[in-house]
Design a protein around this ligand. Structure first.
Ligand SMILES: NC(=O)C1=CN([C@@H]2O[C@H](COP(=O)(O)OP(=O)(O)OC[C@H]3O[C@@H](n4cnc5c(N)ncnc54)[C@H](OP(=O)(O)O)[C@@H]3O)[C@@H](O)[C@H]2O)C=CC1
Ligand SMILES: O=C(CO)COP(=O)(O)O
Length: 341
């Protein structure tokens, strides 16, 4: 796969648009596909995604279309950036065009809703085991990326040359792309941090203080590491951009939709109203249930994730969730054997 490959970015929300802009800024021939014909025509005309990133103009050379077949017809590489609930559907539609890429990457953060399966497993179901797959993840608010502010992400693939190619295309002035080969750890970090951002947002919304915020982030990281260990990912991946980096960004940055959902819930705003006011994808609403599905399967105790899931399912109030967390028994910080000791 040549570095001067043509890339089709599938999903024209805030993150798909921002990544397409990064690629085009770096001279990669890029086509951004979105499902809304009128919105894509307006983007082509205004050279801007007025709904999701109104302050940033498209670089020259970025093509936009609502025609999936034409987006894929000359694309060597596909980068999927839909919400997780649309991942399977969009990838199936893309494959149904009859076109095939040389590699498939995605920047979606979440699991397949209803099954708790990783997106790399869903991708393998659809495209088979032999196409190189990669995940692009890390601390990266679309608005800042579109504005050209410095950002670092990481690209993980079992096929290391592919991770390298995807990263090299994204890498450029102001946008650093590292590589790794721990797909499970990288996917898990990006998905779980959204749930933990809700927990931290709730704590901040309830004005529990800075100690509570730091405690929530750190104990949340501990939950991530325990799930990663159980699933065969590498805990050190979570010490990097895919874990701590994204966790800190999303738990503390008010650009995060997941954090804003938590803030609203902590202030007593009903879930449906909070989600409506955010008006964009809030992955934690589904991801919390999927992490709990994984926890049950592997016999894991994930108290913060569990309380977030119960709040998001409207079984308990944030105050009840907090009470349950604070009533837990005293214990060692790390369960025996987590880091091999
Ligand atoms: N925004 C960010 O800063 C970052 C987001 N991410 C992840 O990227 C993924 C996408 O999020 P983001 O771009 O922010 O979301 P947005 O809410 O900004 O946009 C979602 C986009 O997905 C489209 N979409 C929804 N359902 C479908 C479908 N069935 N078929 C095709 N397109 C569909 C929407 O189309 P329409 O407008 O027509 O509804 C819209 O263009 C999420 O997993 C998120 O966690 C990761 C890193 C950063
Ligand atoms: O994943 C993100 C930043 O890395 C975006 O977070 P939100 O989906 O919470 O806005």
């Amino acid at each position: 796969m040549p570095l001067n490959a043509r890339v089709a970015v599938l999903g024209a929300g805030s993150w798909g648009t921002a990544l397409a802009m990064v690629l085009a800024r770096h001279g990669v021939r890029t086509t951004l596909w979105g499902r809304d014909t009128a919105a894509m025509a307006a983007m082509a005309e205004a050279r801007c995604n007025a709904r999701y990133l109104p302050d940033s103009l498209f670089p020259d050379g970025l093509a936009v279309t609502a025609d999936l077949n034409s987006a894929l017809s000359d694309a060597d590489d596909w980068l999927l950036v839909t919400p997780s609930h649309a991942f399977r559907e969009v990838l199936e539609h893309a494959c149904a065009t009859g076109h095939r890429p040389n590699g498939l990457s995605w920047a979606t953060k979440g699991f397949e809703p209803g099954t708790g399966r990783f997106l790399h497993e869903v991708a393998e179901d659809i495209v088979g085991r032999y196409l190189p797959l990669a995940i692009v993840t890390g601390p990266s608010f679309a608005k800042e990326v579109a504005a050209g502010l410095p950002t670092a992400v990481t690209v993980h693939s079992e096929h290391e040359p592919y991770a390298d190619q995807v990263a090299k295309r994204l890498h450029g002035p102001g946008f650093r792309a590292y590589t790794g080969n721990d797909v499970i750890g990288a996917e898990l970090g990006g998905a779980m941090k959204n749930v933990l951002a809700v927990a931290t947002g709730v704590a901040d919304g309830m004005k529990l203080g800075l100690n509570a915020r730091a405690g929530m982030i750190t104990r949340g990281l501990n939950e991530m590491i325990r799930v990663c260990h159980a699933l065969g990912g590498r805990p050190e991946t979570l010490m990097g951009l895919a874990g701590v980096g994204d966790l800190v960004l999303t738990c503390t940055g008010d650009l995060s939709r997941n954090r804003r959902l938590g803030l609203a819930l902590g202030r007593g705003i009903p879930l449906s109203q909070a989600v409506k006011e955010i008006g964009q994808v809030v992955e934690s609403v589904q991801t919390a249930n999927e992490v709990m599905r994984i926890a049950e399967k592997h016999g894991l105790d994930l108290p913060i994730t569990e309380q977030v899931s119960r709040v998001l399912n409207e079984e308990i109030t944030p105050a009840e969730g907090l009470k349950a967390l604070l009533a837990r028994e005293q214990k060692p910080e790390y369960p025996p054997g987590l880091f091999g000791s």
